[in-house]
Design a binder for this molecule. Structure first.
Ligand SMILES: *[C@@H]1O[C@H](CO)[C@@H](O)[C@H](O)[C@H]1NC(C)=O
Ligand SMILES: *[C@@H]1O[C@H](CO)[C@@H](O)[C@H](O)[C@H]1NC(C)=O
Ligand SMILES: *[C@@H]1O[C@H](CO)[C@@H](O)[C@H](O)[C@H]1NC(C)=O
Length: 427
């Protein structure tokens, strides 16, 4: 080749390789290049679906779906399906995404707004906001039609969600269903305290899940761990307003639910309706075991520590007398204030809860001059340095004969179910 041909060839090579993306098999798909407008009014769903198709079928090391900043993309109910071809798939959420208002949804169109199915190794990050536009839904009844969940992941293994904000979901903000290996970190969830059923993060049938360093304000559970889930760590979450971090409901409508290895650490509850909660329904079966709440701070939470084995959902969910077996539950270094007199509630079924361990628990009243109490029914275990403490035969903070003697000395009563112990009377 002479010089001219050689340089023309080189230029051609450069043009070809740059048109393939950023080199190294990395490819970027910007939704704007597929016709998305991002003015908050135009329906951009088709453009997103087209971008998704190309993004998901791109081969190579990594593919990025880019949702650019300073725009607001209106999307109706959309499903993004895998499996995708690239080794690593990344959604960059720099701009905002908004749902149509409740009136423009076709009735019962879908139970979810944005669904991601069967995408392996997906990472989502960015500083954009996903807005579920839930206001119109919150005060209307369900009418046999469910309010949609905002972001729903199903069978997405090795999933990472980082940095994004999700607000005003009609129902739960993030649902993680049948996913193995999930990390959710540095996210913000924000819905009003009085918005119904707006769980922050729902986890079901999933394992190896880490929820880290996030703030969750909602009208329902900040995080709910449902049946079929195990190895769940929730660390550094600021919850409130909201209904706490809950295992359950389990066993609703006679379900056989199993949850184990749930560890909640370094979490704060501020003005929440519950703190560390386990709720199960009579008539269910299965278990909730190896659960711990450690280094928990509470500010004016109602029901800071609660096990409720008499939970019936809307009322009709209790179908019999069997119980989900609750055991090996540890509360360690749980401190702060309760907005209710009842700081600790162990409302266990007739069969009882086993292996409840309490250490370094101290919950005072957020109302000056008031004391807190512990209510205890059929709970078995041990406690040390715990105030208010359970008395009677329930949680043993000393061998039983001593407890009986102390109870007898203090109020000449030894029966247990239900019994209350007063924080101020701890000898
Ligand atoms: C949860 O924490 C425990 C203890 O630190 C650790 O052994 C386990 O691997 C963690 N689980 C996940 C899913 O990261
Ligand atoms: C919880 O509150 C303490 C102060 O009491 C603060 O140091 C810590 O960062 C808070 N943690 C979270 C996850 O908000
Ligand atoms: C509940 O779990 C405990 C602890 O694992 C076990 O000892 C007990 O037998 C179980 N109860 C039932 C009814 O299965």
């Amino acid at each position: 080749m002479d010089l001219l041909t050689t340089s023309a060839f080189l230029i051609l090579c450069i043009v070809i390789s740059s048109s393939l993306g950023n080199g190294d098999g990395q490819k970027t798909f910007n939704v704007v290049d597929f016709g998305a407008i991002g003015d908050g009014k135009t329906d951009d769903s088709d453009a997103f679906s087209k971008a998704w198709t190309d993004f998901c079928s791109a081969t190579g090391d990594s593919a990025t779906l880019e949702i650019p900043a300073n725009k607001r993309f209106l999307l109706k109910s959309t499903t993004f399906r895998g499996p995708c071809k690239s080794n690593s798939v990344h959604i960059q959420v720099s701009g905002n995404i908004v749902a149509p208002d409740s009136k423009s949804w076709k009735q019962c169109e879908s139970q979810c707004w944005l669904s991601l199915y069967d995408v392996q190794g997906l990472s989502i990050d960015g500083s954009g906001t996903i807005d579920g536009n839930g206001h119109g839904w919150w005060n209307q009844g369900e009418d046999g039609c469910n309010r949609p969940k905002a972001v729903y992941f199903h069978n997405c293994n090795n999933l990472q969600v980082k940095g994004i904000t999700i607000v005003n979901s009609p129902k739960s903000h993030i649902s993680i269903n049948t996913c193995n290996g999930v990390s959710v970190s540095n996210i913000h969830i924000d819905s009003p305290e009085d918005s119904p059923n707006t769980d922050g993060i729902d986890i079901s049938f999933s394992t190896q899940v880490n929820i880290l360093d996030s703030s969750i304000k909602s009208g329902d559970d900040c995080v709910a761990i449902n049946g079929g889930s195990s190895n769940i760590n929730i660390t550094g979450v600021a919850c409130g307003p909201g209904h706490g971090i809950s295992v359950g409901s389990l066993g609703l409508d006679g379900a056989d639910d199993k949850v184990e290895e749930v560890h909640v650490r370094n979490c704060n509850f501020t003005g929440t309706q519950n703190g560390a909660r386990i709720k199960t329904s009579p008539g269910g079966s299965g278990y909730a075991r190896r659960i711990s709440f450690e280094h928990i701070r509470l500010i004016a939470s109602k029901n800071p520590i609660i096990i409720d084995q008499h939970y019936c959902g809307g009322g009709g969910g209790c179908k019999g007398t069997s119980a989900v077996n609750v055991s090996e539950v540890t509360y360690s270094d749980v401190r702060g204030s309760s907005a209710d007199e009842k700081a600790i509630t162990f409302g266990c079924s007739e069969e009882g809860c086993f292996g409840i361990k309490m250490e370094q628990v101290s919950i005072t009243s957020s109302v000056p001059g008031k004391e807190t109490i512990a209510y205890c029914q059929n709970a078995h275990g041990t406690s040390s340095s715990t105030s208010p403490h359970c008395r009677g035969d329930c949680i043993q903070w000393l061998p039983k004969p001593y407890i009986r003697a102390i109870d007898w000395l203090f109020d000449l009563s030894t029966s247990c179910a239900p019994r209350q112990g007063r924080a101020s009377s701890v000898p």
